[in-house]
Design a protein around this ligand. Sequence first.
Ligand SMILES: [Zn+2]
Length: 331
Amino acid sequence: MKRFLVLTLVLVIFLSSCRVVESDLSADDTQKETESEVIEETTGSETITETDSESVTDMESESEEDTTVIEGDYEIEKIELDKYEVSIKAGETDMPMVTMYPDDASNKGEIWESSDESVATVNHYGKITGVKAGECIVTVTSEDNPSVKAEVKVTVSGEASLTYVNGILIANKTYSLPESYSPGIDRTAEAALNKMISAAKDDGIHLFIKSGFRSYGTQKTLYNNYVARDGVDAADRYSARPGHSEHQTGLAFDLNSLDQSFGETKEGKWLAEHCHEYGFIIRYPKDKEEVTGYMYEPWHVRYLGEDVAKDVYESGKCLEEYLGITSEYEN
Ligand SMILES: [Zn+2]
């Protein structure tokens, strides 16, 4: 009996000590231990377990950032400009000042864009540069919030820096074109030239283009090379200084041969006799060097349109005489 009591007491103490151990283990610890055991058993790799916990942390921090943006504390809400219209000449620049709201926005980055870069370009800072006469829209948006924007209406006037006399664009020794003026071949002039070449072919005359549009930069290289070879005085008789070449208008073409003997060929004679019918004139006729400023160039035709070309042809005058203008360099 005494022995039974002792055994019972020992059993009671054992059971109660077991309960104490169980209650010391929190539910979380039990779960973690179970989880880590499962992961280790499944993957057999601690690295993957760590990566999993990192990606969980990343997702948590990302969702925190999203929440911040949605609250709108730092997001751009409005863009204001000090001007919404800009009028410049080709080659000139202007720069509207930007204010982004709210003031404490974290990213005030600007994105600038021109609706027509052949009329005006715009750089990263909003500096607008006129290219040629026309209109376009320059838009600034927020890097932070592309749905917010402001627009500038840009008007570029080419006329002020180009010289038109009776509606005719002039490029000679007196009147120059701006460096930025780069229209390429005029499509109307090109179509008229093709019509003339086709008509000549029907008459058994082979005409072809040697040279059409030339940019300011190309002309600069050409002229400088001629000056290096022949000197300024000689070069000025047959080559235009940059900005003074009629080829920069996109309305002039050199045909077949850049040799004065071309005027005596059947092609040269056909051209002199018929080109006005297609809207062209021989721009630098024989014996007019004192007026045009250039030697006789039987190969160089200038597009004026059929009515004006016919009128100039029938007058027997060169273009300077016809319009009553000069062609002389200032120095
Ligand atoms: Zn020419």
